[in-house]
Design a protein around this ligand. Sequence first.
Ligand code: 5AD
Length: 438
Amino acid sequence: MAVPRTVAVTTLGCKVNQYESAALVTLFRERGYKVVDFSEPADIYVINTCTVTHLGDRKSRQLIRRATRNNPHARVVVTGCYAQTSPEEVLSIPGVDLVVGTRDKSRIVDLVEELESRKEGPLAVVRDVFADQDYEELPVPALPSRVRAFLKIQEGCNNYCAYCIIPYARGPLRSRDPENVLAEARRLVAGGFKELVLTGIHTGAYGQDRPGDLDLAGLVERLAEIPGLVRLRLSSVEPMDITDKLVDTMATRPNVCRHLHIPLQSGDDTVLARMRRHYTTAWFRELVQRVRERMPGIAITTDIIVGFPGETDGQFENTFNFVREMALARLHVFKYSPRQGTAAASFPDQISAPVKEARSRRLIALGDELARSFAAKHIGQEVQVLVEEELPEKEGFFAGLTDNYLRVIFPARKNLVGELVTVRVEGIEGADLKGMII
Ligand code: 5AD
C-alpha cells in the first residue's frame, strides 16, 4: 500500500494540548508528511481531544465525525484526554482507526504506519497513566505564529480537586528536566520567537517531584536570563503555589510579564472546601493584594465553576460579589460538569441545567464588564505592545499584546510583526485597546 502523504491535526482544550499538537505536526513533518488544514481532504486526521467537561467529549466526537466526512477513506487518529479516559467510547465511533492516550504521543507516526499492515479493526494504545513516571519528551513544536510560543514544563497533577478528571487523564506530576526546558527555550528564541508562555497541567507544582532541582521560581529565573527573550509569560498558577519567591522573581525580571492566571473556582468558602481547594476567600484576597503591591498593573485572570453540587443561590452570590470585589481582569466561566470517577460526580444536590445556565450568564456578563474596566484604565497611557499579526480583516492594522495581557490594535505603514512598539492608548473596543504608535 502507498504511504499516506497528507495529515491534518485539530485541537480542543488547553494550552498543553495546543503545544502537544504542534509537536505532533513536527513529528509528521520530520517523517515526510505534508501538513494540511483540517477542513481539507487528508490521508490522516488527528484529533487531539479534551475531556475537562462533557462539552470537551461532545466536541471531540463532532470533530471525529467531521474527519470521516471530509474523507471517508482517511485514517482517523484520536488522542488526548478524552481518548485516554474513554477509549471504548472513542473506538465505538465509526471510522476511528487509532486511539492513542495521553502517553505515546511521541510514537504517533510509527503507530499510524503500523496501521497500514494491519488487517483487522482499530488499534488502541492507551496505557495506565499511573504506571510509568517519566516525562515524555516531544520535539520542538511547529507553531503557526512566529512571535509567541508555548513551552510545556511539566505533566500531570496530584491535587485531585473534587470536580476534576484531569489527574486520571494525565497521571501524576512529572516535571520536565530543567535542562531540556532551557534547551527548548533557547531553540525557540534562536528560531525567532520573542515570547514564551510556560504551560503545564499543574505548572505551579513544577519541581516538587525533583528534589534538589529548580522550582518554578528558579526555572523562571533561569529562563528570564536567555539573551533575546523579550517576554516570558506564566499561564495558570494555582493560588497555593504563588510563593513570595515566585512573586519576587516575577517582579524583579523586566522580561517576565505582569500576568497571572490564578484559578479561583469559587468565591464561597463552603464551596471551596467541598471542592477540596485548600484556601479561603480571605487568603485569596490577601494573595491578590500582595501580588498587586509588588506588580502594579498586573492582569490577574481566573477560572470559575458555577453550579458545583450543592451550590446555593447565596453561595453563588458570594462568588459573584467576591469576583467583583477582586476586580479580576478576565474570567473563564465553566458550568459544572459531573465527570465519572471524580468525587463530586456522586455528591448529592446536583444543580439543574437552567440554574447553571443562569449563573453562568450573569458571571460572563460580569467578566465582560470587568475586562472593559481593566482595559479602560489604560486610556491615555503609553503601553508596550509585542506585535503578533496584521489583522486579516483590516489591512494596515496590527494587533499585539501588552505584558498585562491586553490586546492592542493600531494602524502602521510597515509590517511590525515580531517587534516591540510603544502605543499611546486612545480608547477601547470591547476589551481591546485602540491607539497610535509613537
Ligand atoms: N466541570 C466544570 N469545569 C471544570 N473545570 C475542571 N473540571 C471541571 C468540571 N468537572 C474547569 C476549572 C479549571 C478549568 C481548566 O476547567 O475551572 O480551572
